[in-house]
Write a protein that binds this ligand. Structure first.
Ligand SMILES: C[S@@+](CC[C@H](N)C(=O)[O-])C[C@H]1O[C@@H](n2cnc3c(N)ncnc32)[C@H](O)[C@@H]1O
Length: 440
């Protein structure tokens, strides 16, 4: 009979899958938990998330502690050590119990040859912990558990703010809500939250945006099932300003899944002539439909490649196009720590070339005088300012709509030659970039 794996062993398996197969942590956890008893789930999740969040700090520690580096193929052992080092940082379990449990988990995972090494290594860390931690913390990349190349990439773009970006990515994100103005009034909803013992604050410059003092499960939010609110970061909600929606417009949300911004558009302007939501990912498209149904909104939803309009477009131009482009997502690392593990040095260039292709294809669908809003949830110049600048240089009919012309834009972000960059953590928001283009 096969033995039930411990929470530590399951968390290590999930982390190893992220390292090996470039799957998201959430997908890896689902797989790891498939046959695990429900009593273990919360613990496996907390260990998995903690280990992923600290992985690159743990790797730096291991480098110091090992005379010879563990082979890159020894991913499961490295993952298990990361789980144990997270537990030692977290300090909820007594130190001796963490070490014993890690050795036990190594046996469970058939890492018999490594049990002695794991035991010795963790015990040595406990002996030398203070000077070792202090020394490693001098390097901001290690302190905030970033791979060195990614920290340097961010530093090259943000020579003054890079450590601030790394630190913000390493902190817990707050829970932002968007109140559905079709179904609830801001003040009344705030009061309802207060009565439920969930104090929150409205963001004075971003209509319908509210932040909870203490995060909770989505299911606990009053009126969530009735579509009175949605979970959406403040930075994402800022899309409403450059879009400048008005009745009668034909609007396209070109990279729409899971549909957060499609829903915001539908809520904000119920009298659009048409709202299209397109996404290429067949698994995520149903999420757009489900979200709209919950909120009492409608859109024409298509599963298609937005860069191939011949496969889905009806030939009528759009007044507004939102290109919320696939990107390196460095602005949302605080919500998805596994992004640090899944990015590779060549990714930024690959994203930039996809973004350019989407911009080219979608700009053709824009009516003269219309507006294309380009958005990313990342902070690299290459995917933001440089992508827009290159597109403007290559497209004589395209002109910038500078941020000063975006009515109501809040006191947020840093303006560059092409758009606005909100950095992660600024005013509690995720990192987002916005630019707006018009057709002459
Ligand atoms: C940043 S996410 C969009 C988030 C969404 N706008 C929201 O607010 O909920 C980027 C999306 O682009 C989609 N995508 C990537 N390439 C695409 C393409 N060629 N055509 C359509 N969608 C694409 C991805 O499937 C992904 O869902």
């Amino acid at each position: 009979m096969s033995r039930v794996l411990s929470a530590r062993a399951l968390a290590a398996r999930a982390l190893a899958a992220v390292l090996e197969r470039d799957v998201t942590l959430e997908a890896a956890l689902e797989q790891a938990l498939r046959e695990a008893p429900a009593t273990l789930h919360a613990n496996v999740r907390s260990l998995g998330y903690g280990a992923v969040r600290g992985y690159f700090r743990h790797e730096a520690l291991l480098k110091r502690l090992l005379a010879q580096p563990l082979a890159s193929s020894a991913r499961l052992a490295r993952a298990l050590l990361s789980v144990a080092l997270f537990e030692l940082e977290d300090a909820r379990t007594p130190q001796y119990a963490v070490v014993d449990a890690a050795v036990e988990a190594a046996r469970d995972l058939h890492l018999h040859k490594l049990t002695g090494l794991i035991n010795a290594l963790l015990r040595r860390y406990l002996r030398e912990r203070e000077p070792l931690d202090a020394d490693l913390a001098r390097n901001p990349a290690v302190r905030h558990a970033f791979p060195e190349w990614l920290a340097q990439q961010i530093r090259a773009d943000w020579p003054v703010r890079w450590t601030q970006i790394l630190a913000a990515s390493d902190r817990q994100a707050p829970l932002w809500l968007r109140i559905n103005a079709r179904r609830a009034a801001d003040q009344a909803y705030l009061e309802e939250l207060r009565k439920q013992g969930m104090p929150a604050h409205l963001q004075p410059q971003v209509p319908h945006a509210l932040v909870l003092e203490k995060a909770c499960e989505v299911g606990e939010l009053p009126g969530f099932g009735d579509g009175r609110c949605s979970v959406q970061d403040l930075g994402a909600q800022c899309v409403a300003f450059p879009l400048a929606l008005a009745p009668g417009q034909r609007v396209l949300d070109a990279c729409a899944a899971p549909g957060g911004k499609t829903a915001l558009i539908a809520e904000r302007q119920p009298r659009l002539a048409a709202l299209w939501a397109v996404d290429v990912d067949a698994q995520r498209v149903p999420l757009i439909e489900a979200g709209l149904a919950r909120l009492g909104c409608e859109a024409r939803v298509c599963c298609a490649d937005a860069a191939r309009p011949d496969t889905w477009w009806d030939g009528q131009g759009f007044d507004r196009i939102l290109l919320d482009a696939p990107c390196s997502a460095l602005g949302v690392i605080r919500r998805h720590s596994d992004i640090r593990l899944r990015r590779r040095p060549g990714d930024i260039d690959k994203f930039a070339s996809r973004q350019q292709g989407l911009l080219r294809a979608l700009f053709d669908l824009l009516l003269p005088g219309g507006r294309l809003v380009y958005a990313t949830c990342t902070v690299t110049r290459r995917e933001n300012r440089d992508t827009i600048a290159a597109f403007l240089a290559a497209t004589p009919t395209a002109a910038m709509v500078p941020p000063v012309q975006w009515e109501g834009w809040p006191d947020l972000g840093e303006t560059d030659e092409c758009g606005v960059q909100i950095l992660p953590g600024e005013a509690g928001a995720d990192g987002f970039y916005y630019a707006a283009l018009t057709k002459q």
